[in-house]
Design a protein around this ligand. Structure first.
Ligand code: 13P
Length: 258
């Protein structure tokens, strides 16, 4: 049976009340889908809505994660949140290195390396995002860019098992544009990522989940998720509606058992 992780990145959307409504609606739809154990669902609200989301999905088989965190455990870092704080809230995962963090907040591979190691030390699962810009794709730099994001971001990372790390391939040109990568484009990069993960981690790299993100929606979910190295999705816009998020979960359920 194939394993999938279907993750919603809510970005800067939802007050706690909105999060409660959305998370409850997702939980209700998921109840009808009855996903097999090999299909996991995760929602990543803004920090201030994590508590409300956790309450809404308690006991309903939906994981909750954060969208970022700091690399230090504590200190004078006004406005920041430490990994242990995220963990103590009840989160299981932390998205790191999203292209919006890289682009608007200047996050570099070396900073992300520190964050990844801090998150792993806390027993949280980092979802490390990689992906090329449109210019880099046009210049045929995609594989080289993704390689350096992986090699630099995962430097000196020790993994106890494949389940401790998730990679998300998010081509920057596909994020929020409605223009998803084709399933062949996604598979080509996912296969390259799989190869780099095996170089870095050995046999463990074979089992690490690699999610696709960038205009993933019900209409293209099944085709993308059917590709052999696409192990789930990191979904923005379509994760903000329970119907469309549930339709993507349903596509994963269908593929997992087929
Ligand atoms: P969209 O699904 O809105 O393109 O966003 C993808 C994304 O950035 C998920 O992290």
């Amino acid at each position: 049976m194939r394993s999938y992780l279907i993750a919603g990145n809510w970005k800067m959307h939802t007050t706690p009340a909105d999060a409660k409504t959305l998370a409850s609606a997702i939980a209700e739809k998921q109840m009808f889908l009855k996903p097999p154990h090999s299909v996991q669902t995760l929602i990543c609200p803004p920090y201030t809505s994590i508590g409300a989301a956790l309450e809404a999905v308690a006991g309903k088989g939906i994981l909750v994660g954060a969208q970022d965190c700091h690399s230090e455990a504590k200190g004078a870092f006004t406005g920041e949140i430490a990994p242990n704080m995220v963990k103590a809230c009840g989160c299981s995962h932390v998205i790191l290195g999203h292209s919006e963090r890289r682009q608007y907040f200047g996050e570099t591979n070396s900073l992300l390396n520190q964050k990844i190691r801090a998150v792993l030390n806390e027993g949280l699962v980092p979802i490390y995002c990689v992906g090329e810009t449109l210019l880099e794709r046009k210049q045929e730099q995609t594989i080289a860019v993704v390689r350096s994001q992986l090699v630099d971001g995962l430097k000196d990372v020790v993994l106890q098992s494949a389940s401790k790390l998730v990679i998300a391939y998010e081509p920057v040109w596909a994020i929020g544009t409605g223009l998803a990568a084709t399933s062949d484009q996604a598979q080509e990069v996912h296969a390259a990522i799989r190869g780099f993960l095996k170089e870095i981690f050995g046999a463990v790299g074979e089992q690490i989940l690699i999610l696709y993100g960038g205009s993933l929606k019900p209409e293209n979910a099944e085709e993308l998720l059917a590709k052999p190295d696409v192990n789930g999705g990191l979904i923005g816009g379509a994760a903000l509606q329970a119907d469309s998020f549930a339709a993507i979960i349903a596509a994963a359920c269908k593929l997992a058992v087929s």
